[in-house]
Design a protein around this ligand. Sequence first.
Ligand code: ADP
Ligand code: MG
Length: 369
Amino acid sequence: MNQEPGTQNQNENENQNAERRTPNAEPLLRVERLTTVFDTARGSVAAVDDVSFDVRAGETLGLVGESGSGKSVTALSIMRLVQSPGRIAAGRVLFKGRDLMALDERQLQAIRGAEISLIFQEPMTALNPVFRIGDQIGETLIVHRRATRRDARGKAIELLRSVRIPNPESRVMDYPHQLSGGMQQRVMIALALACQPSLVIADEPTTALDVTIQAEILDLLREMKAALGLALLLITHDLGVVAETADRVAVMYAGRIVETGPVRDIFRRPAHPYTRGLLASIPGGRPGERLRAIEGTVPMLGDLPSGCAFTPRCPDRFDRCPTAPPPDYPVGREQAAKCYLHDPQSHDRQSPINQQSAMTSQQFPNAVR
Ligand code: ADP
Ligand code: MG
């Protein structure tokens, strides 16, 4: 939240420059029509349903949605870490042009943790409790970078210092439980960055932390991202986190991406009623304003409404919504929403679009600047 003035603009300019130089350049990561199902007693249900999105080199894409919308399953699918009864049923995941779905386990191992690394919500699920943190970081360097044991120790200390762990020379000997939650998450970040990946997937990296620590960890992620030029797929249920950190946003609901666009456009001009609902339910808006949550709950996967899955909760629903899942409709140069309100054919209807006032610049200065 203490973003240095200008850093985001600077990054944006860099991204735009990169795009201008190579307008048709492949994105770093392209997820294409990914479908991941869970085989249950009641049949197979799609936790990730025909999901497509790109992450460009050096950018932060925020993947946002309520709990249960399929964000973590998407992350695990990209890394091919989905466990039974889950399985990837369709789609491609292209990383630097290579289809990760077509690689064998050994080729994947070489990419996981080295070229693409994951940061989880609970650092303790990723850190091994019985090894010193320096050894865990060192091991990654030895495996992926062929570092010698001695070099690995020095490099681990350097990494701990870069994520601002005080006294890294002695901390390197600590076991994970000797560190606070915030420090553990810093170790996770150090571990994720050890092999200089070009993509980091961070799944709710600050959700388990208290608010001040959250802000510090987000600052650190932004800073490391800029310093190392890496791309970040930032998964969160919190649009506030996205506003602070992301360049572009993909909004997920019931396993589908319902809206995508640049963060400023999404905050100024949310196009999908679900996105508008999420924005309205962010705490910390105008003083004295009551938190407006979206009515109803995320539907059970086996029991999705037909058509647009958001229909039963949607304040703007109309007769067409339950008929078939809506395709992506463009609503701006780079923004699209799966909502019939944006079908040019529906324009004789009185459109409730833009009814909600755009986010105020006080509320999200970074997003709407
Ligand atoms: P999010 O990360 O957005 O909170 P997840 O990706 O963890 O959501 O889960 C999406 C949906 O996938 C869940 O609502 C659940 O229905 C289904 N799911 C996830 N893990 C399993 C599992 N092991 N078995 C059956 N269904 C699962
Ligand atoms: Mg999750």
